[in-house]
Design a protein around this ligand. Structure first.
Ligand code: HEC
Length: 156
């Protein structure tokens, strides 16, 4: 019976800890967006590419993150807001116009590389967002577009 008693206290302890960590919930931000500065406005993006980016990248790489209910449950919320913050720092599609030409070109190349390698979208994201992993055809579509945009940039 001793084991049962320990187990009971353990479960209670975890439950209390869960309640306590709820008091530490990071802010789920969506900074204001100037539509004229977004990658959608600043590049010649086809609707196909826009659909891929909206579905697979927007939540972590723009200021228009959709925050489902579980993103407000700690400790999960800590990991998710961390990913969004870091994602935006590395590549913010809502603030594309603030990047200089070289940075835009580099980011376009990286977008194709990351998706080709299967590194993006993050593997923690895809199970919770069915259909967010681009198909082989979508990867090709995205990369054809990034190549065209880079050519356009270097011709500027
Ligand atoms: C769940 C969040 C999440 C999603 C969804 C996501 N990313 Fe990321 N992305 C990150 C994080 C976090 C980083 C920074 C850390 C890293 O490089 O792994 C990052 C980094 C990047 C970088 C910068 C890499 C570098 O070397 O600096 C690029 C480019 C990128 N992502 C492209 C994409 C594209 C394209 C998509 C959609 C197909 C996408 N990401 C989807 C979270 C995400």
């Amino acid at each position: 019976m001793r084991v049962l008693k320990i187990l009971k206290w353990l479960v209670l302890g975890v439950a209390i800890l869960f309640v306590v960590v709820q008091f530490k919930r990071p802010a789920r931000t969506n900074p204001p967006v100037d539509e004229a500065q977004t990658i959608f406005a600043q590049t010649q993006m086809t609707p196909q590419v826009a659909a891929i980016v909206e579905r697979s990248c927007r939540d972590c790489h723009s200021n228009k993150t959709v925050w489902p209910w579980y993103t407000n449950v700690s400790p999960l919320s800590w990991f998710i807001t961390g990913h969004v913050d870091e994602g935006r720092r590395n590549l913010n599609l809502s603030e594309w116009g603030g990047y200089d030409k070289d940075r835009q070109s580099r980011k376009l190349q990286q977008m194709c590389d990351e998706v080709t390698d299967g590194a993006m979208p993050l593997s923690t994201y895809t199970p919770l967002h069915p259909g967010s992993k681009p198909s082989a055809v979508e990867v090709k579509t995205l990369c054809a577009w990034t190549a065209a945009e880079r050519a356009r940039l270097s011709a500027k």
